[in-house]
Design a binder for this molecule. Structure first.
Ligand SMILES: *Cc1c(COP(=O)(O)O)cnc(C)c1O
Length: 398
């Protein structure tokens, strides 16, 4: 059942809003850090999954570093207490200003995605009189079993540098005095549930690292990226992802040289299960063809994953569950003027009425952070289990 529980006589605040269970976040962080520590692995939290200050505070307190994909995220990480020495900066399109900002802050490493980017960083670092650490993002040509929009590690993807390109440019790279290539970075995609994909990645990393070593590049750090998936179908069966199995897979398959450290960039697996989107039923209707629709006051402006990736989230009717109403088939749709604004099609769902409160589960990652103002809708606030509220709109409550 939802972690947001309706008590008799309780007045539910204005919907929609995100609800976050801080206790589950803390237990998730505890499990992830304990399992990583067994092998001396370091975790950087992928800020793009959710950057609400309260969540960042808990994550930073648990000792994780930050993985950023824009200069704005680097700035946000620093403002929220992450030490620059624990910040990595990835992304295929870093602007000159973003690079300069990150160099000035003295971040731990740039994860570089093209030869041209390496030249630009070398030049900008030279102008600032600095030498910066660089990990090369290598495209390992691994195809994880996940949605193609969130799969990033195959050879035709826009991410990363191919091995062949590096080979041709090695002499040039050695001549760049303001960058130090000290590691490799990989990230093959997101929502990966089969640990074999990570075993396959580790095998490729072994080959690629050996090749670099044979070319005289000393690799101090290996960064395996993120991508560990969560159980969207059964959030209560698996509230905390299998971090033990995940890190063990790398431990059993990666071959390290003495002194080498291993880094991870986890986003979804840290924050997804502690968040829910709470919404109210505005209307119910049945089409001429007999399809039942429940129209909610949350839409793709609050949660775009179903429209963008055909993602499925478990949805519960909290009001109906309390009354044990009968179950039928229906679709759940938002109010936005787009046909793709549908959270679920033809699912088994309790008979629903105007005013019912629904919870869309597992929305702590890539939910509120991807919100938009389309149809001039204000930001939905986030309410935390400890009473904190964040992001309340300053627009009039309509
Ligand atoms: C998105 C991203 C991550 C995090 O992915 P999750 O699936 O949320 O764990 C890690 N590294 C990079 C480079 C990313 O772009």
């Amino acid at each position: 059942m939802s972690r947001y529980t309706l008590q008799p006589g309780m007045i539910v605040p204005q919907t929609p809003f995100y609800y976050c269970d801080i206790d589950l976040l803390q237990r998730t962080l505890q499990t992830a850090t304990t399992e990583a520590a067994r092998y001396g692995y370091q975790i950087h939290y992928a800020m793009k999954a959710n950057a609400e200050p309260h969540i960042l505070y808990e994550i930073q307190q648990a000792g994780l570093g930050a993985d950023c994909v824009s200069g704005y995220e680097v700035e946000c990480a620093i403002e929220n207490g992450f030490h620059p020495s624990k910040i990595v900066f990835a992304g295929v399109g870093k602007s000159d200003r973003e690079i300069e900002y990150a160099i000035r802050q003295g971040i731990f490493a740039f994860n570089c995605e093209s030869l041209q980017e390496l030249e630009v960083i070398n030049e900008l670092a030279g102008r600032l009189g600095k030498q910066v650490n660089v990990a090369l993002r290598i495209n390992p040509d691994v195809r994880p079993h996940t949605h193609h929009y969130i799969s990033t590690g195959q050879s035709e993807s826009k991410f990363g540098i191919s091995y062949a390109e590096i080979d041709a440019a090695l002499a040039e790279l050695h001549a760049m005095k303001n960058i130090r290539i000290f590691g490799l970075h990989f990230h093959i995609g997101s929502q990966i549930r089969e640990l074999e994909s990570f075993a396959e990645l580790a095998g490729k990393v072994n080959e690629i690292a050996a090749w670099f070593t044979s070319k005289g590049v000393e690799l101090r750090h290996l960064n395996m990226g993120g991508g560990l998936g969560i159980d969207y179908n059964d959030p209560d069966g698996e509230p905390i992802p299998d971090f033990a199995g995940y890190f063990r897979t790398f431990h059993e398959n990666l071959r390290l040289t003495p002194g080498q450290t291993v880094h991870f960039e986890l986003g979804r697996s840290i924050v997804a299960q502690c968040g829910e989107l709470i919404t109210r039923v505005l209307y119910t209707k049945t089409t001429a063809g007999g399809a039942h629709f429940v129209i909610t006051d949350a839409g793709m402006t609050e949660l775009i994953r179903p429209a963008l990736y055909s993602a499925r989230h478990k949805i519960e009717n909290l009001t109906a569950a309390a009354e044990r109403r009968p179950i039928g088939l229906c679709s759940i749709a938002g109010p936005i003027c787009e046909s793709s604004d549908i959270f679920a099609r033809d699912i088994e769902f309790p008979e629903s009425h105007r005013g019912d409160i629904l919870s869309i589960r597992s929305t702590g990652a890539y939910g509120s952070i991807m919100a938009s103002h389309y149809n001039m809708r204000p930001t939905a606030p986030s309410r935390f289990s400890d009473g904190t509220i964040w992001g309340q709109s300053n627009l009039a409550e309509l």
